[in-house]
Write a protein that binds this ligand. Structure first.
Ligand SMILES: Cc1ncc(COP(=O)(O)O)c(C=O)c1O
Length: 418
C-alpha cells in the first residue's frame, strides 16, 4: 500500500493523544493537576536538566511531565496539533496572545537592540512596543505598509542602529486596516542585516489569517505568533496565545515562559483542542460569508470604501502580496462609512444580529469602532498615517447565514442619517 500523509484537519481529533494512557477515553481528559509523580529520583533529575536548559536532549529523549507550569499533557497535545498547520518544529502556548507576544519580545530583545515593526499593529502590541520596550532600553522603529523594501532599508540604516537590529516584527494582514506586508521580502531584509554572530529574526503575527490561510515559515519567517483567542479558539469563550518556530527558538521561549509562569491552563488547552477539530470548517464558512458581505457593503450608497482582501484591485502591489502569501481572503472586513463618528455609531447601535464587541474570529459576527476602542491608545499621528478615522468600522464575520447578516447590515445602514 502506498504511504499516505494525512492533512491537519484529519489529524485534529487524534494527533498526539494515546487513549491507552487514559483508560481508553476517546477524548483527551483535562489533566487538572499541578504536579506529576516521578518514577525515580534519577528520572526527576533528568527531567529538570532538560526543562532548565542545563543540557541538550539526547536523540529521541522526551521531556517527561514535571509540573504544570513547565508541562502538562493538554498543553503538549495542543502544541503538537498546532505545529501541523504551520509545519513548525515546535510550539509554545500561552494564557493570552499578548503573553505570547511579550514573552517573545522579552526573550529575543535586550537593552540597546533595535526592533523594527510594521504598522498597523493590534493596539496592545503597539502599546507594549511603544510604551514598555523603550523603558528597558530597546529602540523601536515603526514602518508604514506603503513603504518599499529599499525605503525601509534606508530608514534602518539612517537610524544609526542597524548593527543592533535584532528583530523585525510584522502583523499581516494588519489589524484593523487589512494592510498586507510581504513576508518574504522582509525576511530577506532581516537576512541582509544578519551577521555570522547574530541572526536578525522575523516574527509574524498571523492572527488574522489563523493557521489556515497563511504560513509565514514558508516565506522565511522565524516565528509565528497567534492570539489563539481569535480563530483558533473561535467561540469567544477563552483567552490564549501561541508561538511557533524551530526547536532552538521555541526552547528559549519555553524556558522564559516557565519563569514568567504565563502558560495556558489545562482547562483552556482542552477547550482549544475541541476548537481545533472544527477550525477548518469554521474558517471556511466564515470566509464564504465574508465574501458575500463584502460585496454587499462595497455597493452600498452609505459606504465610502471597503478594505477586504477579496476585493483588492488586481494589479495593485497589495494584490501581488495577497496572491503570493495568502490562500484565502479570510473573514475580516474594514469599512469607511460616509459621514463621521456619529454615523459610525448609529450604524453600530442599530445592528440586531451582529454584536458590538471587540475581538474577532469567533462563530458570531462582531463589529467595533477601532479608533475609539481597540486602537484608542495608538498615537493620533500614527492613526492618521494608517488611515484609521472616525468613519472606520471593523467587522469580524461569523458562521451565521450570510443572508441574515446582510439583512442586518442593510437595516442598520438605513438608520444612518447622512
Ligand atoms: C492581531 C492581534 N494580535 C494579538 C492580539 C492579542 O491577543 P490576546 O487578546 O489574546 O492577548 C490581538 C487581540 O485582539 C490581535 O487582534
Amino acid at each position: 500500500m502506498e504511504s499516505h500523509k494525512f492533512n491537519p484537519e484529519s489529524l485534529m481529533m487524534t494527533h498526539g493523544y494515546k487513549p491507552e494512557l487514559s483508560e481508553g477515553a476517546i477524548k483527551c481528559p483535562i489533566f487538572q493537576t499541578s504536579t506529576f509523580v516521578f518514577k525515580t529520583a534519577e528520572e526527576g533529575k533528568a527531567f529538570f536538566e532538560i526543562a532548565y536548559g542545563l543540557r541538550e536532549k539526547e536523540p529521541k529523549e522526551e521531556l517527561g511531565l514535571i509540573y504544570s507550569r513547565i508541562n502538562n499533557p493538554n498543553l503538549e497535545i495542543l502544541e503538537n496539533r498546532l505545529c501541523l498547520w504551520d509545519k513548525a518544529d515546535d510550539c509554545a502556548v500561552f494564557e493570552s496572545g499578548m503573553s505570547a507576544i511579550s514573552t517573545v519580545l522579552l526573550e529575543f530583545l535586550k537593552p540597546g537592540d533595535l526592533l523594527v515593526y510594521t504598522n498597523p499593529l493590534y493596539g496592545g502590541t503597539d502599546h507594549f512596543i511603544n510604551h514598555f520596550l523603550p523603558k528597558i532600553g530597546v529602540h523601536t522603529l515603526g514602518i508604514q505598509p506603503n513603504q518599499s523594501i529599499s525605503e525601509i532599508k534606508s530608514l534602518i540604516e539612517a537610524s544609526g542602529k542597524s548593527e543592533n537590529l535584532a528583530m523585525i516584527f510584522l502583523e499581516t494582514p494588519g489589524n484593523p486596516t487589512n494592510d498586507l506586508v510581504d513576508i518574504e521580502a522582509i525576511a530577506n531584509l532581516a537576512k541582509h542585516f544578519s551577521t555570522e554572530d547574530k541572526k536578525v529574526l522575523t516574527a509574524v503575527d498571523n492572527t488574522y489569517m489563523g493557521p489556515l490561510w497563511q504560513h509565514p515559515l514558508e516565506f522565511g519567517a522565524d516565528l509565528i505568533l497567534y492570539s489563539a483567542t481569535k480563530y483558533i479558539g473561535g467561540h469567544s469563550d477563552l483567552i490564549a496565545g501561541a508561538v511557533l518556530g524551530n526547536q532552538e527558538l521555541i526552547s528559549r521561549v519555553k524556558v522564559l515562559r516557565t519563569f514568567l509562569g504565563n502558560m495556558i491552563s489545562p482547562n483552556t488547552a482542552w477547550l482549544l483542542l475541541r476548537s481545533l477539530e472544527t477550525l477548518k470548517v469554521r474558517m471556511t464558512q466564515q470566509t464564504l460569508n465574508a465574501q458575500e458581505v463584502a460585496v454587499f457593503l462595497n455597493s452600498h450608497s452609505k459606504i465610502e470604501s471597503v478594505n477586504y482582501l477579496g476585493l483588492l484591485d488586481e494589479g495593485s502591489e497589495q494584490y501581488k502580496i495577497y496572491k503570493k502569501q495568502c490562500s484565502s481572503p479570510g473573514a475580516m472586513i474594514t469599512l469607511s462609512i460616509k459621514g463621521g463618528e456619529k454615523q459610525a455609531f448609529q450604524f453600530l447601535n442599530n445592528l440586531k444580529l451582529m454584536k458590538l464587541a471587540v475581538s474577532l474570529g469567533g462563530t458570531e459576527s462582531l463589529v467595533q469602532h477601532p479608533k475609539t476602542m481597540t486602537h484608542a491608545g495608538v498615537d493620533p499621528e500614527q492613526q492618521k498615517r494608517m488611515n484609521l478615522t472616525d468613519k472606520t468600522v471593523r467587522l469580524s464575520i461569523g458562521v451565521e447565514d450570510a443572508k441574515d447578516l446582510i439583512w442586518d447590515l442593510n437595516q442598520a445602514l438605513e438608520s444612518v442619517e447622512l
